[in-house]
Design a binder for this molecule. Structure first.
Ligand SMILES: Cc1cc2nc3c(=O)[nH]c(=O)nc-3n(C[C@H](O)[C@H](O)[C@H](O)COP(=O)(O)O)c2cc1C
Length: 182
């Protein structure tokens, strides 16, 4: 069961900043997907993503003004390699990886149905930094699979088995481990 969220309510899904899949829409209508680890929360409703200016994701965000940040569980780790490979914009990585699309809630860009959660973002501004641009967007809503929602409105990262890349570009990820109380 998918549970829908309004506005910044979906920001709770990114609290631990797990490795994400960003879906964007090419002008041809093809859905593009890339893997992203370098992103951070900037305010209660904004996230910035360091995005290579050579990526299709970057071009699509600029031309469509929207994108979806999807959070995969560990069972999709093998698919990330396909999504991160150089595939021309005329082909959809989502199809290549054998994943399926879920229609956008408030955006034209779909999310990835097999993911744990997804947030829809409206692009606000770009900060140029070398070969990357920091792409800042505002969260307008999203969804989470109900069984993975914790009592604080965030992902239950242990149940959902979200992953974090720790040796990029090597395709190695860690799972949430011990909790340290501070
Ligand atoms: C684990 C992992 C993390 C990555 N993180 C980023 C990132 O934060 N920013 C970025 O620009 N590319 C990152 N990449 C590389 C992109 O996924 C890759 O360049 C991809 O081709 C972009 O897809 P696109 O051209 O379809 O947009 C990452 C790749 C992997 C495997």
């Amino acid at each position: 069961m998918y549970r829908e969220a309004n506005g910044r309510e979906a920001m709770g899904y990114f609290a631990t900043k797990p490795t994400a899949i960003i879906t964007t829409l090419h002008d041809s209508g093809i859905v593009n997907a890339g893997v992203f680890g370098a992103y951070t929360n900037l305010s209660p409703s904004q996230i910035g993503v360091a995005t290579s200016v050579k990526s299709d994701t970057y071009n699509n965000i600029l031309s469509r003004g929207e994108y979806v940040i999807n959070i995969p569980g560990a069972e999709l780790a093998g698919k990330l390699r396909i999504l991160a490979s150089r595939i021309p914009p005329s082909k959809s990585e989502v199809e290549e990886a054998g994943l399926s699309l879920k229609e956008g809630l408030g955006l034209s860009t779909p999310s990835i149905a097999e993911c744990v959660a997804a947030g829809e973002f409206r692009f606000e501004r770009e900060v140029e930094v070398g070969q990357h641009s920091f792409m800042i967007g505002r969260c307008e809503g999203g969804w989470i699979k109900e069984r993975y929602l914790d009592k604080d409105g965030k992902i239950d990262i242990f149940k959902a088995k979200v992953i974090k890349d720790f040796k990029y570009p090597a395709p190695l990820y860690v799972l949430p481990g011990e909790v340290v109380e501070g």
